[in-house]
Ligand binder design. Structure first.
Ligand code: HEM
Length: 233
């Protein structure tokens, strides 16, 4: 931060460039994660084709690319890209927050600025809860460590074991709704950063961000809810 002759505070050019780079990192890593989520949500819908189809799909996830590539190659690449994206997203978020905090130790005064501050606070806490959800989710569905099904359970058994428990279902529902809110705001911010939005287009961008988030979360929610009400076993 520099102070000009008129007494106005101005952010130095290097700091501006720096924060634009971080915002681009957030947007690009966010888009990668959204693409994964779209594929994951569609994949989950195989549950409606029955246990065998779902388990076959889970096996295919680990074997696709074979025999040209060794087992799990493509899945491992996806896991590495996702891990890098999550870490980059967190690093950029933390670093932008820290930069803003240092530049503005006193806090906001205007109504608009307070609303922006509220949105970014919600994004930060939402992000922390979503991260906690991902850790729990991996222990639940991937390793089975916290799953209530037997040790050698198949992926479909794990779904049923989790979503016949109302507490686990409630946790998934809350995390998914938070994820939807996070995505809605995130998609909107990404379009601002990547220059796809202007005042005239803002309404369309907002509507598209909301529709995509609602569709994605609804697609995720149907599986746990169908199992919870006994419509899918
Ligand atoms: C109701 C919602 C969801 C269900 C039913 C579900 C189900 C599953 C299942 C069964 C697996 C294990 C697949 C296997 O190894 O055979 C899995 C893995 C995974 N899920 Fe989900 N998932 C849901 C939502 C989410 C969400 C919202 C996220 C991210 C925010 C997510 C991220 C992941 C990741 C990162 C993996 C590990 C992929 C891998 O490396 O194998 N899932 N999910």
């Amino acid at each position: 931060m520099t102070v000009t002759t008129s007494g106005q505070r101005r952010t130095p050019k290097v700091a501006k460039t720096n924060s634009v780079v971080k915002k681009v990192v957030m947007a690009v890593s966010g888009i990668i994660m959204i693409l994964y989520l779209i594929a994951h949500m569609i994949g989950n819908l195989h549950a409606f084709q029955g246990a065998q189809a779902y388990n076959d799909y889970a096996t295919w996830l680990r074997t696709f690319g074979e025999p040209a590539l060794p087992k799990r190659t493509i899945l491992t690449v996806i896991e590495v890209v996702l891990t890098v994206s999550v870490l980059a997203h967190m690093w950029a978020a933390f670093s932008l927050w820290y930069q803003a905090k240092r530049a503005r130790p006193v806090g906001y005064v205007t109504k608009k600025a307070m609303a922006q501050s509220y949105a970014s606070r919600t994004m930060r806490w939402g992000g922390v809860i979503i991260l906690a959800f991902i850790v729990y989710h991996l222990l639940d569905m991937t390793t089975g460590t916290v799953n209530l099904a037997a040790d050698k359970s198949e992926p479909f058994d794990r779904l049923v074991a989790s979503f016949t428990n109302p507490w686990v279902t409630a946790f998934y529902v809350i995390a998914l709704v938070l994820l939807g809110m996070h995505l809605r705001h995130g998609i909107w911010s990404a379009t601002q950063t990547l220059g796809q939005s202007n005042r005239r287009r803002e309404r369309t961008v907002n509507a598209a961000a909301t529709s995509l988030s609602v569709l994605l979360i609804a697609g995720f929610l149907v599986v746990p809810l169908a199992i919870a009400i006994g419509a899918l076993r």
